[in-house]
Ligand binder design. Structure first.
Ligand code: FES
Length: 172
């Protein structure tokens, strides 16, 4: 076995005398502390989202609001948009089928995560807790959301897409 010559040990090793084994070992207590900290951070961020949603409730929209030109969203695709003067709520516009458009609030009715249209499923998904909504009506199909997604009425004029406040309940 080769003897190590202490004089050949690089300076930085003598300055930082920590063995690899000690440096990579994580005790159960340290891991439990990390999990506790992570849970706290997640709870705080979820709480902030809920407080924001409660502090800034949805207001009824007035008038028609331009979203995009029809040819900007192919069939099966979705875009996210906001309404001028109401930056609190993000919305999604879905080009469901030829001449079929839908617009919903993008905030999940469970804990306000951002929902997205899944073209291959033809449904709206909330990835936070596996919630699913109908892309046609916004009704809850699966998961913890307690209410349907609020929906806007989509109006098309001369190749342009607008949204307006929908009658309750919104009929397509
Ligand atoms: S926040 Fe959407 S399912 Fe929980």
């Amino acid at each position: 076995m080769e003897q190590k010559n202490p004089e050949k040990i690089p300076n930085w090793k003598s300055d930082f005398p920590i063995s690899t084994e000690k440096a990579t070992h994580i005790s159960r207590r340290e891991f439990a502390k990390f999990l506790g900290l992570l849970s706290g951070v997640l709870a705080l961020s979820n709480g902030a989202i809920v407080i924001k949603a409660l502090a800034f409730p949805s207001k009824p929209l007035e008038g028609d609001h331009f979203v995009c030109n029809e040819d900007e969203v192919p069939v099966g695709k979705m875009i996210q948009f906001e309404i001028q003067g109401d930056m609190v709520i993000p919305y999604i516009l879905i080009h469901l089928q030829e001449n079929e458009w839908r617009a919903f609030e993008q905030k999940c009715t469970h804990l306000a995560c951002a929902v997205r249209y899944r073209e291959e499923e033809q449904k709206i998904e909330c990835p936070c807790h596996n919630g699913w909504f109908s892309a046609d009506t916004g009704e809850v199909l699966q998961g913890p959301p307690p209410r349907p997604l609020p929906q806007l009425e989509v109006v098309r004029k001369e190749g342009k897409v607008y949204v307006r406040q929908a009658e309750e309940p919104y009929a397509t």
